[in-house]
Structures are given as structure tokens and as C-alpha cells.
Design a protein around this ligand. Structure first.
Ligand SMILES: Cc1cc2nc3c(=O)[nH]c(=O)nc-3n(C[C@H](O)[C@H](O)[C@H](O)COP(=O)(O)OP(=O)(O)OC[C@H]3O[C@@H](n4cnc5c(N)ncnc54)[C@H](O)[C@@H]3O)c2cc1C
Length: 389
């Protein structure tokens, strides 16, 4: 019995995608992940390869040059990439979830032609920038501003922790379009499609992070970035709504990223406990170790099952805001717990950079923070519970 995805019950398409992603992770990602982590190297060439294989268009409809995968199949592929390296998975997940969802739902035909299709073909990498130095959980209090100047918009302000922000070709950026003195809260926010070669788009140096070190995370200074009107996505004042829609899908992606991390930690722990001997026998023969491994496996299966159930709900066209928060909350806390147990089972070796579980432990932490902290997920869940009561 393996804790990896069982391919027996999958459709032919799902099986092919899982096998392609698993093989890619095994040969092109995992052998290099420790080195990328040490050197903070973002492997843009590997992302480009994934793009050529179609992984940057997983969630894009076929008529827009994507694979048009359902959400369950998307999660199957993403888990395999995350088990290889969470940094690669987050780049792919953000691109597929938030900018893609925004353009699919709200892009005009020319915007789809110019941005969505090349993104789906893997020719352009995308990211999104909502957070600012002063606004994370309270995202609607953001301050970056766009003002009209003739037919153009001019953007200025500071964004924080944008994934892909220093390597992407295009960013979806949330800024205020309401006026100082006539603020409209979340209704004063709009989304702009910002090419990263626009004059005044200035990414900072990659952040030095605890984990996910190969992922490109940067602050962005917007210094009078001038954009023609066709760079406004959808309707003025609806940018926050679009961001929240994207985050529903994004949170499912983070949930499965956490499952991939946890599963890999469990796989390493299983192998190590079979090999490491103390008191004259392998660790796996001690009942306390068996109980730990059993609990780890149960939580990984549970987190995956919940994420897949929410994805199936999305595929049926149902609301998923509360359920996506549940899936992310449960999976990220699972990843943190399972990787902590894995480090414990490795003992002193678990604390060493030479062994894989300490990286998984460091990578797991961010899943409890980004795309809404665990506290914010609980707030979203409670709010929906109260609404239904
Ligand atoms: C590696 C990385 C990549 C990221 N990528 C992106 C990206 O691509 N795009 C983007 O826009 N952002 C990105 N972020 C930002 C991320 O989404 C924010 O860090 C996150 O939303 C939390 O915001 P904050 O850091 O400002 O924390 P704060 O909002 O300041 O929160 C600090 C603490 O207070 C708690 N808290 C806040 N409000 C409440 C409340 N009402 N009740 C209870 N507790 C509360 C939080 O849960 C947290 O524990 C990234 C962050 C990281 C670390």
C-alpha cells in the first residue's frame, strides 16, 4: 500500500497527467531541489519546460489554448509537482489559479488573445500582487493607487511578497481607483494587467526566506507605471471581487501543495524507519513509531480527500469559498504536523541539511501563511457557517 496517488481508479487522461507530472518531478525537479533551496535559485528554465508540456495552461479552457482540465485532475498534477519541490509547485499554482482565473472570467477577447493564450501555451509566466507592506490579511485596505491621465492609467505604490514578481512576464496588480477623500473600501479596488517590462515596474531582490527558497518572492515598487486603458481588467471597482474569486481556486492549489509536501515527508519517514536500527531492530518495529506513521498517513489521506471533494464541488459549478478555506486550513496544518513528525522520526539527522525532511518542514510553514493565514481561513469558515445558521 502506497501513500502516493493511486492511478488505478483514475480516468485515462488523469492517469497520463499524473504519470507525466510524477516523471517530471522525479527526473527534472527532485534531484535539484536541495541545491536550488541552498542557493535560492529560481529555475526559470524548468518552469519553461513545464510550460511547453502544458502545465501552465492546466486550468485554461481548450479554446484559449489550455488543457481545459477539471479541478480534480489539476490537483492530481499539482500534488506530484509539489512532492518534487514546493517552490516549483507554487509558481505553477499561482499562474494557473489567480491570473488565469481572472482572465478566463473577466478578460475581454483582445486581453485573452494578448495575455491568456500565451500564458496557457507557456510562453508567458504570470503572478499576482495584492499584498502590501501595510496590508496582508486586511487586503482591502491596500494603498497603491491608479489615477487617470487622459486615456491612460498611471500606477504608483508598493507591493509586498509577490510570487513570480521578479521573473514573471505579466502581473495582475490590485490598486485603488477611488479618489483620496472619496474612498470606497473594497469597492475602490481595480485589477490591472501589468507587463513586467513596463517602465516604472521595479521588482526588489528575491526575499531571503525560511522555506520555499527557490520560489521568487519580491517586493514591487510601482513608480508611475503608465498603462493604456485596455490594461484594466473587467470593470473598474471590481478588482477585489476578482481577487477573492481567484483565491478560492488558489487556496485549493495551496491545499494540494501542502498534501504533496506532507506525503513526501511521510514517504521519506517510512523509508528511514525501515532502514534505521536502534536497540537491535528497525525503528518501524516499535509500536510508538507505527502509531506515528499511521497518524501521518491518515492525515495525508484526509487532507487529499477533502481537497479533492472541494475540487469536485467546483467542477459541479457549486460555491467553494468556505470549502476551499477548509481544505487549505486542514491541509496546511497537516503538512506542518506531518513534517514535524518526520523530523522527529529522523532524530538528529532530521535536523541536518543533508537529509530531506528539514527542507520539507521549512517549506510546509508558508502554507499556513500565504493566500490567507490559518486564522483568516477560520474567519472565512465561521462567517459562512453563521450565514447558513
Ligand atoms: C512566500 C510568500 C509568498 C507570497 N506570495 C504572495 C503573492 O504572490 N501575492 C500576494 O499578494 N501576496 C503574497 N504573499 C503575502 C501573503 O498572502 C500574506 O503574507 C498573508 O496574507 C498574511 O498577511 P501579513 O503577512 O501582512 O500578516 P498580517 O495580516 O499582518 O497578520 C499577522 C498575524 O495576525 C493574524 N491576524 C490578522 N488579522 C487577524 C484577525 N482579524 N483575527 C485573528 N488573527 C489575525 C494573522 O493570522 C497572522 O498570524 C506571500 C507571502 C509569502 C510569505
Amino acid at each position: 500500500m502506497s501513500i502516493a496517488i493511486e492511478t488505478a481508479g483514475l480516468s485515462e487522461t488523469q492517469r497520463q497527467i499524473v504519470e507525466l507530472a510524477r516523471e517530471f518531478a522525479r527526473t527534472r525537479i527532485e534531484p535539484h531541489a536541495a541545491e536550488w533551496d541552498r542557493t535560492k535559485h529560481f529555475p526559470r528554465d524548468v518552469i519553461a519546460e513545464l510550460g511547453r508540456l502544458g502545465f501552465l495552461g492546466m486550468a485554461t479552457p481548450e479554446e484559449d489554448d489550455g488543457m481545459g482540465l477539471d479541478a480534480v485532475t489539476y490537483l492530481l498534477a499539482l500534488e506530484e509537482l509539489a512532492a518534487g519541490d514546493a517552490s516549483i509547485a507554487v509558481s505553477v499554482a499561482i499562474h494557473n489559479a489567480i491570473p488565469t482565473t481572472m482572465l478566463v472570467r473577466h478578460g475581454s477577447p483582445p486581453q485573452k488573445e494578448r495575455w491568456l493564450k500565451p500564458m496557457a501555451r507557456g510562453e508567458l509566466l504570470a503572478g499576482f500582487a495584492l499584498s502590501e507592506p501595510g496590508s496582508g490579511s486586511d487586503a482591502a485596505s491596500l494603498c497603491a493607487q491608479a489615477v487617470r491621465d487622459g486615456a491612460d492609467w498611471v500606477l504608483s505604490g508598493a507591493k509586498a511578497w509577490a510570487t513570480n514578481g521578479g521573473t514573471a512576464d505579466v502581473m495582475m496588480i490590485m490598486v485603488r481607483t477611488d479618489r483620496p477623500g472619496a474612498r470606497r473600501g473594497a469597492k475602490g479596488i481595480s485589477t490591472f494587467i501589468v507587463p513586467t517590462d513596463a517602465a516604472g515596474y521595479r521588482p526588489g531582490k528575491p526575499e531571503d526566506k525560511l522555506g520555499l527558497r527557490a520560489s521568487n518572492t519580491v517586493a514591487i515598487a510601482l513608480e508611475d507605471v503608465r498603462l493604456p486603458a485596455e490594461h484594466l481588467l473587467g470593470e473598474e471597482g471590481l478588482g477585489f471581487v476578482y481577487a477573492m474569486e481567484g483565491l478560492d481556486v488558489g487556496r485549493l492549489g495551496i491545499a494540494i501543495q501542502a498534501v504533496g509536501i506532507a506525503r513526501r515527508a511521510l514517504e521519506h519517514a517510512l523509508a528511514y524507519c525501515a532502514e534505521r536500527r536502534q536497540f537491535g531492530r528497525p525503528l518501524r518495529e516499535f509500536q510508538a513509531v507505527q502509531f506515528k506513521l499511521a497518524d501521518m498517513a491518515t492525515r495525508v489521506e484526509g487532507a487529499r480527500a477533502l481537497a479533492h471533494a472541494v475540487a469536485a464541488r467546483k467542477d459541479r459549478g457549486e460555491e467553494i469559498t468556505m470549502q476551499a478555506s477548509m481544505a487549505k486550513l486542514f491541509a496546511s496544518e497537516t503538512a506542518m504536523w506531518v513534517t514535524t513528525q518526520a523530523v522527529q522520526l529522523f532524530g538528529g539527522y532530521g535536523y541536518m541539511r543533508d537529509f530531506p525532511v528539514e527542507k520539507l518542514f521549512r517549506d510546509a510553514k508558508v502554507t499556513e501563511i500565504y493566500e490567507g493565514t490559518s486564522e483568516i481561513q477560520r474567519i472565512v469558515i465561521a462567517r459562512d457557517l453563521y450565514r447558513g445558521a
